[in-house]
Structure formats: C-alpha cells, structure tokens
Design a binder for this molecule. Sequence first.
Ligand code: OAD
Length: 246
Amino acid sequence: MTSDALRRAAERLRGAERINVLTGAGVSAASGIPTFRGGNGLWNKVRAETLATPEAFANDPRLVWEWYDWRRGMIAKASPNPAHDVLARWTRERPGFTLVTQNVDGLHERAGTERLVRLHGSIWRVRCWQACARGRNDWEDLTVPQPRLPPACPHCGGLVRPAVVWFGESLDPADIAAATAACRCDVFLTIGTSAIVYPAAGLIHHAKRHGAFTIEINPDETEASGSVDLAIKGRAEEVLVQLGVG
Ligand code: OAD
C-alpha cells in the first residue's frame, strides 16, 4: 500500500457527499471468520453446492444445519474489528453514507452501522422452509448451538431454514433497489470482496457508469482490480484506520 494511494483515497472521501461501500468476507477476516475463497477459504474445504443451495437443504437439512450451526458458533464468539468500527462510524457521522454488505455474520450491525443493506440475508435470522402462513417472514434466532438439528418451525412443526440467500436464489428486490440507488454516489468503495458473485459485483460497474470514483481495498488482486479507479493493496482493518477520514 502506498501513501500516495492512501492520500488520494482520503482526499476523495473528504470531498464526497455521497459514499457507498460494498463489503465482503474479507472485512470479517480480522475477526477470525474465514473467507469463502482463497487459501483457507470455506469453499476450498466444502463444495458450495452441497451446503448453500435449496437442493442441498431439501436433500439433507441436517447436514446443512450442522454447517450453519458451526458457523453461528464461531461468529457468536467473534467481535467486530477496526474495519467494522470505522465503517460504522462513517455511517453515523455522514448522512450520505450507505453500506451494502454480502456478509451474513451480523458484525456490521454489532459495530453499530446505520443504513445497512444486507444483500445475502443474515445467519441470525430463520424462516419456515415450507413458508407456512405464520413462518413465511423471517425472525431472529440467536440460539447457539441449536438444541435440535434441523430446528423445527414453531408455527407448523415443519423445518426452518437460515434466512440467507443461497446459490440459485434471488435477492430481495427491495435490497437490490436500495443497493442500486446507493450506487448513484460520488465515491464507491469495494472492500474485502473477490467481486465474483453477482449481482453484488455488478454494483461496482454500475457505480462507475454513474460517474462514481471507484476504490478497492483488498490485499489481493480481484476481478474488480483492473476496472476500479484506485486499487489499494492492503487489509481492510489497517487501510480504513490509516485513511483517517472523519
Ligand atoms: P470471498 O471469500 O470470495 O472473497 C474475500 C476477499 O477478501 C478476497 O478477495 C480476499 O483477498 C479478501 N481479503 C482477505 N482478507 C482481507 C482483509 N483482511 N482485508 C480486506 N480484504 C481481505 O468473499 P466474498 O467476496 O464476500 O455468498 O464472497 C461473495 C459471496 O460468495 C458471499 O457472500 C457468499 C459466497 O459464496 C453466499 O453465500 C450467497
């Protein structure tokens, strides 16, 4: 990371009225939560299709829940890191700041983030798999570990599922609309995401088309590195603190 890149980014952020940030798993790496891709990535150990699709759940709900129960246990022990804290402070102090996340871990919320769009849902919410009348809308469930796997719907006795977006499922149209609207901004930051999964990754290009200055913060090269205006090579929890933008 060069001080010149940091200086340029800080200047842009200071002068911006509307800022939108897209975050991915890398933002939670310093909290001890594994990312999906890369060296120790979750998808190197297990195949996404066997755990994060509706077909996988229909086939073996207990196996899918064991994996989510394990992740919930790990996340429950984790705390927000300085990257979450800086971003949360920006949302509180700057009215034109929006945070769009692909993360389901809830750490942005725990850091006190305002105006958060959760594109992929939350690992702390569940809903009825059969979409029964009273269980169709998701509700919070913080129980770790679950006393029974798979957990039963309290309304109909059927299965409940994590209220996250699985591969092959659509994002909530309201979330897409909010995230897309937030792309009409002066500065767009993409932080800690491999920028591979759409539609989230498309937001970067959308913002650029609307004239935003685009900045990436990531220690590694990503799909977006070649198309952003400024790529800062570094860890989110270090770069965001060093930016020092109030
Ligand atoms: P990935 O695991 O694909 O990418 C994580 C990114 O974080 C990589 O580009 C790393 O280089 C970067 N990274 C690692 N440590 C970092 C740090 N300390 N600071 C900054 N960056 C760091 O995670 P996502 O891009 O979030 O979807 O993955 C997108 C979606 O794919 C996820 O939401 C999930 C997954 O399958 C669903 O579950 C639907």
